[in-house]
Write a protein that binds this ligand. Sequence first.
Ligand code: ARG
Length: 461
Amino acid sequence: HANVQWGGRFAGGPSQIMQAINASISFDKVMWKQDIEGSLAHAAMLAHVGIISAGDEAAIRQGLADIGQEIESGSFVFSEALEDIHMNIEARLSERVGEAGKRLHTARSRNDQVATDFRLWVRDAIDGLDRQVASLMRALARRAEEHAADPMPGFTHLQTAQPVTFGHHLMAYVEMLARDRGRLADTRRRLNECPLGSAALAGTSFPIDRRMTAGLLHFDRPTANSLDAVSDRDFALEFLSALSIMAMHLSRMAEEIVIWCSSPFSFIRLSDAFTTGSSIMPQKRNPDAAELVRAKTGRMTGSLVGLLTVMKGLPLAYAKDMQEDKEPVFAATDAAALCLAACDGMVRDMTANTQQMRALAGSGYSTATDIADWLVRVLKLPFRTAHHVTGKLVARAEEKNIGLAELSIEDMRAEEPGITEDIYSVLSVDASIASRTSEGGTAPDNVRAQARRWLHALSAE
Ligand code: ARG
């Protein structure tokens, strides 16, 4: 039999295959709350301007509240024949409250309805994820304050470069996550216009009040162009871009966690709560959560590329292709929430092996730059010359299989006669990190101040 919502000009119903490819109810039912919210605002506006009666509005309001309860309690029967969440709820409303329910769709189309519901859903998702990012930043800053003065090897090319502090390294992620929050906030700001009232594509002849519905749904204003409003999915794409970049950050952190808790490194130990064992090798403690955070980045990036591909060739205005916007956004949101929670847990629970990090921070001639800097500062050598002299000193130490601090003063003077005993004062790891006092540098006081500044800012929110 023909569809009850649009079957007027149809003699027969769709084939099973048509219904299967057309329906979105299996995934868009998660937007039921937003759909009810949007309908409540629309009905209130219709009554306010006199398009429906106050009695009809009251019936719609009661009916939608009851439907919300049915969905929440699990008694609501979702129908694939009714295609999507919008028609499922509307059909049930008419079943429950009759004529009044059938008036709800006046001056609206599913095109502006779905655009509105989806914006509301993404807005909620942004707010939820933002809270999670803030929590992870707090966890990182707390651990950074604790380890503000604990040295670790700093790497470039994953080769020992110069000593840094573990706190400084953790604070680097706080900065990345702060930018991620900025991108989410920016997405939210641009998203916050209400498409409702754009109707199918051209607007409507009814005397609707779009400012009222926009206000009731906490949008900043109505969208300006009805064609754009029903065919725009920029907000979803911006959201997925922000999540992709954030996932890339989380993946880098996860990769470092994997490296740090590998046996040769042993910089950190994850708690039992965030570690798995091996079914064959009893000694194993595997960082599976970190590996999965690293891997789930693929979902965010995949979702972004997938939706860009869906959207790129569509003529204005709405086309059914756009129904494919939701699954990638829902999947990326779920994955992001899980990744943030896992990172939060790992960071809070991990134990730093400060002795091991300190030992390795001093190996690999990590204070060679400090020698070069000393030659520039004290002997006034040009940096290039100092770099060359230091290279010779490193080669000597390497030949003798000793560290730079163990080179005799005679060995030092063989390369540069002006060198004095004072040079040994810059060779320790602690001296090296303490000297990095430039703004944003790794000196422990800097790191502690930064961690406290962030903790203060985050607690004031
Ligand atoms: N289920 C559709 C979607 O998610 C709702 C809009 C349908 N509009 C239409 N003209 N067929 O995009």
